[in-house]
Design a protein around this ligand. Structure first.
Ligand SMILES: Nc1ncnc2c1ncn2[C@@H]1O[C@H](COP(=O)(O)OP(=O)(O)OP(=O)(O)O)[C@@H](O)[C@H]1O
Length: 295
């Protein structure tokens, strides 16, 4: 069972939001990493049949997903970036309502709802109104609604947006649990969201896949190196203009820099081990989004 994207393109007027993208996914966690405007949502909306491609194809098990129609959508769970919940519904009524839209039989819906509430840690608050939930709880309710039909394909668009570090860790563990025997595609602009849980990381920029692979493969193929050096303030200012600087820390003896460069930026610079965060900065440069070095 593979989801195959072949030459996938979506243009708005003449602007290519997704540009000739080809990639194959089966089971596992796929982390789609890119800055705002990279084309992640456009790609995901096509994978959910909410947008038709301008050209190219998406097939599931060899068949075009748009021809499969509801047979494909029955296999799909989707959490949009701004998911519409009903503020005055209780968590359980919201889930039962979505289950009825998805066509689940009442007894199945109730059983499934109870299991999912337990799994996402919302059993205690199941009678609370959706509007009373914290941001993290709302997202977990969003994931639960996407999981109601036990989808083969789970698509999560920026599911960690606005979450605090504790919720983000909880979310990562939840995704790893849910990913068994499923294809999970999640988009984010935060490296640590996918660094440890994604089997494959897809770096997307300007509508195209810049690179993809396991985090080790991406690091092994990195076209640059990382260096650390401690220099006087004036030299630090100079280096900041010359090189991409990932990190800067003021110490009593000078300024410590973490610099991306193929060659040593100063004769005293030490090579350092590259992280995915460094690589993200290399590919996305100054447009790189919010990062979360603490995680
Ligand atoms: N309906 C539309 N009409 C015109 N342009 C659009 C439309 N939808 C998206 N775009 C443009 O396509 C590009 C990709 O947008 P998209 O929302 O897919 O990016 P993204 O990576 O999901 O970013 P974000 O995280 O900010 O949503 C952007 O330049 C956006 O302005």
């Amino acid at each position: 069972m593979a989801l195959i994207l072949d030459g996938l393109t979506k243009t708005f007027s003449s602007f290519p939001a997704v540009n000739n993208l080809s990639y194959t996914m089966d089971t596992g966690v796929y982390g789609l990493l890119g800055v705002n405007g990279a084309g992640k949502t456009t790609l995901m909306r096509m994978l959910c049949t909410l947008l038709t491609p301008t050209s190219g194809t998406i097939t599931w098990d060899g068949q075009d997903i748009f021809s499969l129609g509801s047979a494909y959508r029955n296999l799909l769970g989707y959490l949009p970036q701004d998911f519409g919940y009903y503020p005055d519904f209780s968590v359980q009524d919201y889930l039962l309502y979505i289950a009825s839209i998805k066509g689940l039989r009442p007894a199945t819906a109730r059983q499934r709802m109870q299991n999912l509430l337990e799994q996402v840690g919302l059993t205690q608050v199941r009678r609370q109104k959706m509007k009373k939930l914290s941001g993290g709880m709302k997202r977990r309710a969003g994931i639960a609604q996407a999981m109601l039909n036990d989808p083969k394909i789970l698509i999560l668009d920026e599911p960690t947006a606005g979450l605090d570090p504790k919720e983000r860790i909880r979310f990562r563990n939840l995704i790893s649990e849910l990913a068994e025997n499923r294809l999970v595609l999640l988009s984010t602009h935060i490296v640590s969201d996918v660094e440890y849980i994604a089997d494959q990381i897809l770096l997307m920029k300007d509508g195209s896949l810049v690179h993809h692979g396991t985090s080790q493969q991406l690091l092994a193929a990195a076209p640059t190196q990382v260096w650390t050096c401690t220099v006087p303030r004036a030299q630090a200012d100079q280096l900041l203009h010359q090189y991409p600087v990932v990190n800067l820390k003021t110490l009593p003896q000078g300024v410590q820099l973490r610099v991306l460069s193929q060659t040593p930026p100063t004769p005293e610079a030490h090579p350092a081990e590259m992280t995915l965060e460094d690589l993200f900065l290399h590919y996305f440069g100054e447009t790189a989004g919010e990062t979360d070095a603490a995680l």
